[in-house]
Design a protein. Structure first.
Length: 160
């Protein structure tokens, strides 16, 4: 009788191992099948109503123009605080690059008038650079036209 109990216990442990192994293999097979469906489904054509992969938009990269650093006094009661920025512009092509270089004095004047009207508190907040870039871009597009300058980048920003 004692031997029957031991045999049942051993058989119970072996049965649990078999169930665990079968469960593990089942999950493994489901994972492999799911992965195969995922990868093969992406590469498939228009068969059976499968979705077409979205085409990536071509991003137009223009020509970059770097300006020398611009230093302005900030609106500060002590008159000792200043801002130094280095700005780059993205233009659509070489023709636009020549036009921007031809209009550089006007562009610098616009930038100087925008930056010199800023207080220290306005330029030290976390999103100050984004606001300034947006303001410069908007003003330049108003003055020079929408198609000349694509984007404005601030590559250096120092507040002293």
């Amino acid at each position: 009788m004692a031997e029957d109990t031991k045999a049942g216990a051993v058989e119970g442990k072996g049965g649990k191992k078999k169930i665990f192994i079968l469960l593990f293999l089942g999950l493994l097979l489901m994972g492999i099948a799911g992965g195969a469906i995922f990868f093969l489904g992406k590469k498939g054509g228009d068969e059976g109503g499968a979705q077409r992969p979205m085409k990536a938009k071509k991003v137009a990269v223009g020509v970059f123009i770097d300006f020398d650093p611009i230093i302005v006094n900030l609106l500060d009661p002590t008159g000792k605080r200043y801002l130094q920025v280095r700005i780059s512009f993205e233009v659509p092509d070489k023709k636009a690059e020549a036009e921007v270089k031809k209009r550089e004095p006007k562009i610098k004047d616009i930038i100087l008038s925008i930056l010199s009207g800023k207080t220290v508190d306005e330029v030290i907040v976390p999103d100050a650079k984004e606001k300034i870039k947006g303001e410069i871009l908007k003003r330049l597009k108003e003055e020079l036209g929408d198609d000349l300058i694509m984007n404005v980048y601030i590559t250096q920003f120092i507040v002293e």
